[in-house]
Design a protein around this ligand. Structure first.
Ligand SMILES: CC(C)(COP(=O)(O)OP(=O)(O)OC[C@H]1O[C@@H](n2cnc3c(N)ncnc32)[C@H](O)[C@@H]1OP(=O)(O)O)[C@@H](O)C(=O)NCCC(=O)NCCS
Length: 178
């Protein structure tokens, strides 16, 4: 478990799967994500059992210390490249905990872990053009728009740009000192 203020993240245990499945299948989550394959219990259990094999893809739950470490979201560190020290990240907060600052705190926790403990030099993420709330959050954290995949993302009857945003360790440390 990695603790940061009143939140933490830890590995996914079998007893977490139901709440994570609900979050994944819930419309206000999936409509913002590239992968809209709904998951059922057997599929998810297979996915979970295979997680440990994936050395460059790690998944965690985000917990709230003040509430007996109740799960408030999920977090992913993907495409981990230990030769060039970069990775892709993403996270989703459970609907009832949204707009309370937990997304912001979770990203602060994640970047602190990646830059100060996991020796990453650059962290990137992708966000759909139709998700301005998430984009605002990433800008607030210090991510900068660094490119896009035009017309990459199909949702609501049309294609949207998939925006690439990144932050490197120098930018992160500058942001911490603001
Ligand atoms: C996007 C998401 C992770 C944000 O987490 P959150 O806990 O709701 O966000 P926070 O409360 O920490 O808000 C942080 C900032 O994000 C922006 N933001 C978040 N929700 C917003 C909303 N409903 N309206 C406007 N701005 C919003 C604001 O800039 C906010 O800063 P402010 O409060 O100073 O204005 C969360 O809403 C979520 O999981 N959404 C569904 C799935 C999703 O979109 N995942 C990301 C895919 S790229």
């Amino acid at each position: 478990m990695y603790t940061y203020g009143d939140i933490a993240f830890r590995v996914i245990e079998k007893y977490d799967l139901e709440i994570l499945r609900e979050l994944h299948n819930e419309q206000s989550t999936w409509e913002n994500l590239l992968n809209i394959d709904f998951i059922d219990e057997p599929d998810q259990e297979n996915w979970w059992k295979n997680l440990h094999r994936k050395k460059n893809d790690k998944r965690f739950v985000i917990c709230l210390e003040a509430d007996q470490y109740k799960i408030i979201g999920r977090l992913r560190i993907q495409n981990i490249n230990l030769q060039h020290n970069n990775c892709e990240v993403g996270l989703d907060i459970i609907p009832e905990y949204r707009s309370k600052g937990y997304g912001y705190k979770s990203y602060k926790m994640l970047l602190n872990f990646l830059f100060n403990h996991y020796n990453m030099n650059m962290v990137y993420l992708k966000v759909a053009d139709f998700n301005p709330n998430a984009k605002k959050l990433y800008e607030k954290i210090g991510f900068k728009e660094t490119g896009k995949f035009p017309d990459f993302f199909y949702r609501n009857g049309r294609h949207w740009d998939y925006i690439l945003m990144s932050i490197n360790k120098t930018q992160y440390l500058e942001k911490c000192n603001e």
